[in-house]
Design a protein. Structure first.
Length: 211
């Protein structure tokens, strides 16, 4: 299997190369540090699986995923992230990912995930599967933050993490007006009044974690 790795951290890419280098049926045939490089490589060669970091430096990983699904609809994409599964896994799967794996997972789990998505199947960890089963069994009601768009949710996490609207705009290469619009929408959807309530909500629901 020809695998393409897209992650902005060189040490992560090298670590993945070493893990997969010991596997007979998997070859890391390309690696990219940003979305532009990833698309260039995918257009120049055929890959069986894309391993994509959800926190790309130039664009949000979910947005990159959606574009890959449009341009390469048959290419399975395994999302790799430092974020807890309950934060981004469902969003990624809804956006077209074939699987979602936390970077703290064991090497054997990575190999299993790549093999599984390459066969056209979905991959989620046993822990996430159990969580989803529990939610179904409890007639789970969707929490307010799961009603947000990807950009609104990203804005929520950044504001709750202490970033100002100007900081977020600069970091995402968007206008302050656009970020302010996302902030207004998410406050309205979640029935919150200001940043303090938003931050309290994020902490209470354990949405924040150290990178």
């Amino acid at each position: 299997m020809q695998v393409l790795i897209a992650d902005d951290h060189a040490i992560v890419r090298e670590g993945l190369r070493r893990i997969l280098g010991d596997v007979n049926d998997i070859v890391v045939a390309g690696d990219a540090s940003n979305s532009v490089e990833a698309f260039r490589l995918a257009r120049d060669a055929r890959f069986d699986v894309l391993v994509l970091d959800i926190s790309m430096p130039d664009r949000n990983g979910v947005e990159v995923l959606k574009q890959f699904r449009q341009e390469f609809p048959k290419l399975p994409v395994l999302m790799l992230s430092m974020h807890r599964e309950d934060q981004y896994a469902i969003r990624s799967l809804k956006a077209g990912a074939s699987g979602y794996l936390n970077k703290q997972s064991a090497p054997a789990e990575l190999v299993n995930a790549i093999r599984q998505v390459a066969q056209g199947r979905k991959y989620i960890s046993p822990e996430l599967a159990q969580q989803l089963a529990t939610q179904v069994g409890d007639d789970h009601q969707v929490p307010p933050h799961e009603t947000l768009s990807d950009r609104e949710y990203q804005t929520l996490l950044l504001i709750a993490g202490g970033k100002t609207v100007s900081d977020i705009a600069a970091g995402l290469a968007l206008s302050v007006k656009t970020i302010s619009m996302y902030r207004s929408r998410l406050l309205q959807k979640m029935k919150l009044r200001h940043n303090a309530e938003l931050t309290h909500y994020a902490i209470k629901n354990q949405l924040l974690q150290e990178e």
